[in-house]
Design a protein around this ligand. Structure first.
Ligand code: ADP
Ligand code: MG
Length: 315
């Protein structure tokens, strides 16, 4: 049976009241239920965790979420779509653009174009599919207060789009601290379907965590919260076949004398969470160099692009 044949109300343990509560937060499809945690579902539906676990198990059964053949995995991967970055070289490095179903992380020093890329992707996701977009909208969580509508207008007009139309389709929220950031991502599921969100941006994903949990003693708690936060983002990527783009600062590693003396904040947690990791660095003038690090299916390599008035482009 497919997802369409079984609905939320067919799951054992889901009564009318529970169904309504779940629907009111946008958890109206089996995939959203199947990928939830019992604690989360229990809180939303105001039911016990035991009952929540049973509902989740039933949703997973209905969706056949156990082992699947490699062929089935291949079929699923055919659903994956890509958003162009604006640069053919950078797209090629990423296997055609940033992928839905995955988290793409860009890390790099101040001014390396992490935020410029976030702006460009929020515009490009709105393009029709034959122009490298997904005909969808963007949800933008701005933690460093660097979202600039004026810059969106510039990039949109450079593509022949009306600035205001493009701005209307970017849902921006400022996060004031790490708890607020976590909450915003959790609330995002209320609008993902309604607003046809195909791209979620968190710029930067680590800055608040770094500030709020400074000091060695807080490291474990920070990593745990960050891990859960990234898990939520990955669930959205899977459940709604959308792309997630996160940015991360680099910090100096004073004990490294050879190679690159910088390391992404967040350590091993981010290392496992992001499917695609891209290291950005400044080159001459408006040139930037992107290096793909640890991709599951693409060769490591580098691409050069430029940041112009029009946005991200090839050199
Ligand atoms: P970060 O990696 O810190 O997020 P940004 O994405 O904010 O870096 O990149 C900032 C850089 O982008 C600026 O230093 C500038 O080179 C370039 N930039 C920003 N706005 C424009 C613009 N309107 N025209 C051309 N280049 C721009
Ligand atoms: Mg930035």
């Amino acid at each position: 049976m497919t997802e369409k044949e079984i609905t939320l109300r067919d799951l054992p343990g889901v009564g009318e009241k529970t169904a309504e509560k779940l629907e009111s937060v946008g958890m109206d499809d089996l995939m959203a239920i199947a990928t939830a945690s019992p604690a989360e579902l229990a809180a939303i539906a105001e039911i016990g965790e035991g009952q929540a676990a049973k509902i989740i198990a039933a949703a997973r059964n209905a969706l056949n979420m156990g082992f699947e053949s490699g062929l089935e995995v291949l079929e699923k991967r055919k659903q994956i779509a890509r958003i162009t970055t604006g640069s053919k070289a950078l797209d090629a490095l990423l296997g055609g653009g940033i992928e839905t179903g995955s988290i793409t992380e860009c890390y790099g020093a101040f001014g390396s174009a992490k935020t410029q890329l976030a702006h460009q992707l929020s515009v490009n996701v709105q393009l029709p599919k034959n122009q490298g977009g997904l005909n969808g909208n963007a949800l933008y969580i701005d933690t460093e207060q660097t979202f600039r509508p004026e810059r969106i207008i510039q990039m949109a007009e450079a593509l022949g789009l009306k600035g205001e139309d493009v701005l209307k389709n970017i849902f921006v929220a400022r996060a004031y601290n790490s708890d607020h950031q976590i909450l915003l991502v959790e609330k995002a599921k209320d609008i993902i379907k309604k607003e046809n969100i195909r791209l979620i941006i968190v710029d930067s994903v680590t800055a608040h965590f770094r500030a709020d949990y400074s000091g060695r003693g807080n490291l474990a708690e920070r990593q745990q919260k960050l891990n859960k936060h990234l898990h939520t983002l990955q669930r959205y990527a899977d459940a709604y076949n959308l792309a997630v783009y996160i940015t991360n600062q680099v910090m100096a590693k004073p004990d490294v004398f050879f190679g690159d003396p910088t390391e992404a904040v967040g350590g091993h947690v981010l290392h496992h969470a992001a499917t695609f990791r891209v290291y950005l660095r400044k080159s001459k003038g408006n040139k930037r160099i992107a290096r793909l690090v640890d991709s599951p299916n693409l060769p490591d390599g580098e691409a050069v692009f430029v940041v112009t008035e029009e946005g991200i482009r090839d050199e």
